[in-house]
Design a protein around this ligand. Structure first.
Ligand code: UDP
Length: 434
């Protein structure tokens, strides 16, 4: 979802501002989740979509991590994509291929078919800057990055402990790492890199990226590309009706993106912490996993999550909060006047949506590049507070209570709120269509 959404928004901008049409090719492992289908079905007529043949997942080693699964799907789809592009080229005046970070092997297909090639980078300039430096870091480092004693300084941004770098670089011997390293090597040989971020948010990082010697490829900061807050469904979701009855800026949205899951222990600690904070909350809750991570390809996320909450939690908090199972209209919630805070996993789309709607955040990163985003949001930009975990990686209920109260009541929260709104104002005047 975090990749499809901005790509679809980008396609909308392209057809709006240029006399061209777009075809989006989508790899699948079976039926697409409903929210993704509704996005594709809501696209204008001159944006087509085409599903690549479903990949046989039985060939995957059991327990493969999400990044590995995605890499496997993309590799398995390469020849189908090539066939589809050859067919499209025979019928249309095909000029360019825009590929996602997981689809960079299609660069070779683009070259073979004489197409312009653009990388669509669905994250921010800081992660892009890290991707540029990865090649050098790889040459200079002999251990796993998590074992480095010195922090890794990302040009134009902050420093990171090796364990907080993106998940794709955490196991240097595996295929996922090799693929990401290859992406790093390819960056200087593209026709362009399209980044879903904007100058005002990451001025210094874009400046450093553009400085002589850094990037030989033109970089286009075209963000923030986010969904617009108009409900496709005619009848508003029940949670929006619930929000309509809450005081302005009083509710904390809790959501871990399209795939984030917590362990059972963590789900209980979060529930109790929210209750203890005394603040109103709207929690999009997902069934727990063995560990706090992602479950894009896990059937357990089909199970009703409400059964995993602490005993009598729902009845005790009936006047304080609302729990929405599995999926909610996040963008409508963030744009609602009752929403005053966002406890987020720091997926880049969620982060941008929060900034655009002026909602201060509590950063609770889980996987992918979220630990880097969380540090950038809290330390470099001061737009979020951090939730600190204990030695077992669990954020305890007392900490949840403290950080929610800090965001909603205390000076630190007010400062963050003010800073988010300083970003929101100029953004809306520059792009009123947001
Ligand atoms: N989203 C949503 N409802 C949900 C969960 C997520 O609409 O219940 C949307 C959210 O608004 C965002 C996207 O899904 O646009 C998630 O993207 P993000 O990059 O934040 O995280 P990812 O899902 O890729 O981890």
């Amino acid at each position: 979802m975090g990749h499809l959404l901005p790509m679809a928004e980008f396609a909308k901008r392209l057809v709006k501002h240029h006399p061209i049409s777009v075809t989006i090719f989508i790899p699948t492992t079976g039926t697409l989740p409903k929210p993704q289908i509704s996005i594709l079905e809501s696209l204008p007529e001159n944006i087509h979509h085409s599903f690549l043949p479903s990949v046989n997942m039985d060939l995957l080693p059991e327990g493969s991590r999400p990044e590995f699964v995605i890499s496997f799907i993309m590799q398995s789809n390469l020849s189908s994509l090539r066939d589809a592009l050859i067919s499209l080229k025979s019928r249309t005046n095909l000029v360019a291929l825009v590929f996602d970070i997981f689809g960079h092997d299609s660069l070779e297909v683009a070259k073979e078919l004489n197409l312009l090639n653009f990388l669509f980078f669905p994250s921010n300039a800081m992660v892009l800057s890290f991707t540029f430096m990865l090649q050098k870091l790889d040459e200079e480092t002999s251990c796993e990055y998590k074992d480095l004693s010195d922090p890794v300084k990302v040009p134009g941004s902050v420093s990171f402990h090796g364990r907080d770098l993106i998940a794709t670089v955490q196991i240097r011997t595996d295929e996922v790492y090799k693929s990401y390293l290859l992406l790093s090597k390819r960056l200087n040989f593209l026709d362009g890199i399209i980044v879903n971020s904007f100058h005002e948010l990451e001025e210094e990082t874009f400046r450093v990226l553009g400085a002589a010697g850094q990037s030989q490829t033109p970089i286009y900061p075209i963000g923030p590309l986010i969904q617009s807050a108009t409900t496709i469904e005619l009848e508003p979701h029940d949670c929006i009706k619930w929000l309509d009855n809450q005081p302005d800026r009083s509710v904390v949205l809790v959501s871990f993106g399209s795939g984030g899951t917590l362990s059972l222990d963590q789900t209980h600690e979060l529930a109790l912490g929210l209750e203890m904070s005394g603040h109103r909350f709207l929690w999009i809750v997902r069934s727990p996993n063995n560990v706090s991570d992602a479950s894009y390809f896990d059937s357990s996320n089909q199970i009703d999550p409400l059964g995993f909450l602490p005993e009598r939690f729902l009845s005790r908090t009936v006047k304080q909060g609302l729990v929405v199972p599995s999926w909610g209209p996040q963008i409508e919630i963030l744009s609602h006047k009752a929403t005053g805070g966002f406890l987020t996993h720091c997926g880049w789309n969620s982060t941008l949506e929060s900034v655009v709607h002026g909602v201060p955040m509590i950063a609770w990163p889980l996987y992918a590049e979220q630990h880097m985003n969380a540090k950038m949001m809290s330390e470099a930009l001061c737009l979020a507070l951090r939730s600190e975990s204990d030695e077992n990686g669990v954020v305890r209920k007392e900490v949840v209570k403290k950080v929610v109260k800090e965001l909603m009541e205390e000076n630190e929260g007010k400062k963050i709120s003010q800073r988010v709104n300083e970003h929101k104002g100029p953004l809306w005047s520059r792009c009123p269509s947001l």
